[in-house]
Design a protein around this ligand. Sequence first.
Ligand code: UD1
Length: 428
Amino acid sequence: MQSHDRRDRLIVQSTDSLEGVIDISGAKNSVLKIMAATLLAEGEYKLHNVPRITDVDLMIELLCAVGCEVAWADTSPATLIITVPADINPVAPYEIVEKFRASIVLLGPMLGRCGEARVALPGGDDFGPRPIDMHLHGLKQMGAHIKVVHGNIEAATKGLFGVRTTLDFPSVGATENLLMAAVAAEGVTVIDNAAREPEISDLCKFLTAMGASINGVGSSTLEIQGTTAQHRALQATDHTVIPDRVEVATYLIALGITRGDLTITRARYGHIMLLVQKLSDMGMRIRSDGDSIRATSVGRLKSVDCATLPYPGLATDYKPFLVALLATASGVSIVTENLFAGRFRYIDELRRMGADIHTDSHHAVVRGVDRLSGAPVKAHDIRAGAALAVAGLGAKGTTMISDAHHIARGYEDIVGKLCGVGARISSD
Ligand code: UD1
């Protein structure tokens, strides 16, 4: 136990500047849903550009529990080969779901494929409750009978059918679940007020390659022509996962904190436009260079106000890094969280490092200080942990981050990538 706890730490030392090239991995929030979507049809799938992160390992465990065979090919970036059998066992057990909330996206494809599904009900997150009412409401409209028994969502249908449904809020997970169910339903489904995140467009591209017909990709109205006679028209396919825009944001903000000059390769500039605007307003220089992003940061950055919103708004997943960056910018910034009520817990950790941040409801008032000071801190979730790591690079002295396993859930080799551009960071 002792030695495990020790390895679960990141040690971050003050770093003067970052210089060089960082290569971006495949998007966590895209690959997890694409892996779930493979359950819609039997056969062998090859997914390229798959990040080697813990959440992917957990999704592999789920797919294996359902009856699939999953293997890594010896390629770089990694390729995952998923073989889906003719019959699957549509059950996502609690032991895995409790570690990994994204498993709820198995509900739509399993129900669509098998006419029944059982998924353990996910619990809350460290940053607040994560309801799934919109997922369930949409599936019920499409002809599913759903009840919660012994902590499991049990869903069954005599056959899903297409409907017109409007989401109360453009939820990423609800859009994905309904989209995957709709592909296997009879008739046309229209999802209004759908989420427009690039990861949803990537899922649509994958489903289309499987034989689905989807109109309005990238817009807030998705129209899905169901594949009649229970998914018979769907087939296994290959796919390359889009780059992870949250990883891009992490390294750009690390640069803003330390200063220097970075080239971020295999990234999509078009997916981070509003973030680029905010960072440019603060004083960074960022430009697109083919499939790379070139960024420089010189001198102290200026404060800026930010509010998180569904895409193309500023992603809630960027917010912990932005707050860490604003903590040493000159002036006062107001950061407003509009997606997850309780997503402010890492702020207590930043305060331990000397940040001057006051929270009120879903607002944070960040008064930039000259410099943070390294301290022992704790990673409460993936993004909070990464924010502490980038904050530590700019802090005086040593920052020791415990519970660093959270970071590995969503980042492939964060230590190696940052060390490669001159950061002083190691795992212990
Ligand atoms: C996904 C991302 C997460 C990101 C979030 C918002 C994955 C694995 N996770 O999470 O990194 O921060 O999108 O961009 O892709 N809500 C309800 N009822 C529902 C569904 C959602 O009230 O049925 C609420 C949530 O509590 C939250 C808001 O809607 O306040 C947004 O949630 P949603 O977009 O669904 O996020 P996730 O899909 O869980």
